[in-house]
Each structure stands twice: as structure tokens, then as C-alpha cells.
Design a protein around this ligand. Structure first.
Ligand code: AMP
Length: 192
């Protein structure tokens, strides 16, 4: 079993790298952002609730997010392990994840932070907004708010795992393959 959290600001490349890790280690990838976007596309009540917060660059309330994540994990309890992408983003979410994992007799093995500075984030997300239909990617004010929310509410989660010796940092700058090879090194160091 291997359970990883890919961590970092919006636009740091978590989704891209998680997809590569998923293939390499046969893990189940859970992106709460993708789950919300699919709820919105399907016009569900949950999607309507989430959209209100996402369009402003705010976090969806913890109880909504945790409930959705719990259902997805329980539906895939046979997985060889999980890669969490975009979760946890607050301390109550980190506590809930610990709780869910221990209920499955599992634990988080590592949190890996992809470090990318704000100006690069804004540049990347505006570019992504042109090629995708992510509604929160087109507006610079919303992007900067997402970064502020990340710094105030989410970044402190790094310490939550660091205190337990489970937090790692790598640079999120460089080519996709360069970053992936740093990630592989970090993950393989856990497995020896
Ligand atoms: P992402 O694709 O991970 O950048 O997420 C897009 C948006 O979905 C975020 O700006 C939040 O509004 C919402 N979201 C995704 N994951 C979470 C989470 N774990 N907690 C609260 N809101 C979230």
C-alpha cells in the first residue's frame, strides 16, 4: 500500500504529475477539483453548491468536500493505494483524511510539495484557461485569490505532515519529465 498527497498551489502541476504516478505505481488518483468539475457538468445539486465557491476562488466548505471524498474512497476501498490531488486543503480535511485512512487500516505515507512561485502560477493558469473550459482559470483576480487562499489555509498543512516526518519538497519548475524524475526519487526513497 502506498498513499500519497501531491501538494502545492493551484497550477503547480499536481494533476499532470498525479496522472503519471497513477500509471507508474497503479494507484487510484483522487482529485477533488476534478470531482467538483464533473458534478458541475452533470448539473447536480452538489455541483451547484460547489460552483458558487469555485467561481470566486474560495474553498468549498469542508463538510461538503469531506463527504464527497469519503464516498469516493469507500467506493474504491480495493485500491492498491491513493494519490490525493487537491485534498486536504484545510486542517479539518487533514484530520478527516487521517480518520478515513485509519478506518481502512491504512495511513498517509508522504506529502510531496511542488514548489512554484506566484507569478509563474498566474502565468500558467491564464495559459491553461485559454485551452480548457475551467471557468475559474480565466480571471486573474480569481487566480490571485486562489493563491492567497492556498497560502493562508492550505500551505500550513505542510507542517502537519512535516511534524510526523512525512513531508517532502521538490521544485515544480522544469519540464514535466524532470519534475517527475524528482518525484520518483522521493517516492522510491519511501519504499526502501
Ligand atoms: P483544483 O482543481 O484542485 O485547483 O480545485 C478547483 C477549485 O475546487 C478550488 O479552487 C476550490 O474552489 C474547489 N476545491 C477543490 N478541492 C477542494 C478541497 N479539498 N477543499 C475545498 N475546495 C476544493
Amino acid at each position: 500500500m502506498l498513499n500519497l498527497i501531491l501538494f502545492g498551489p493551484p497550477g503547480s502541476g499536481k494533476g499532470t504529475q498525479a496522472a503519471k504516478l497513477e500509471k507508474t505505481y497503479g494507484l487510484f488518483h483522487i482529485s477533488t477539483g476534478d470531482m467538483f468539475r464533473s458534478e458541475i457538468e452533470n448539473g447536480t445539486e452538489l455541483g451547484k453548491q460547489a460552483h458558487e465557491f469555485m467561481s470566486r476562488g474560495e474553498l468549498v466548505p469542508d463538510e461538503v468536500t469531506i463527504g464527497m471524498l469519503r464516498n469516493r474512497m469507500l467506493a474504491h476501498s480495493e485500491a492498491k493505494g491513493f494519490i490525493f490531488d487537491g485534498f486536504p486543503r484545510t486542517e479539518p480535511q487533514a484530520d478527516a483524511l487521517d480518520h478515513l485512512m485509519s478506518g481502512m487500516n491504512q495511513q498517509i505515507d508522504a506529502l510531496i510539495l511542488l514548489e512554484v512561485p506566484e507569478e509563474e502560477i498566474v502565468h500558467r493558469i491564464l495559459k491553461r484557461g485559454k485551452d480548457s473550459n475551467r471557468s475559474d482559470d480565466g480571471d486573474e483576480d480569481v487566480i490571485r485569490n486562489r493563491f492567497r487562499v492556498y497560502q493562508s489555509k492550505t500551505a500550513p498543512i505542510y507542517n502537519y505532515y512535516d511534524k510526523r516526518g512525512k513531508a517532502f519538497k521538490i521544485s515544480g519548475l522544469g519540464t514535466i519529465d524532470e519534475i517527475f524524475s524528482c518525484l520518483l526519487e522521493a517516492v522510491d526513497s519511501l519504499r526502501v
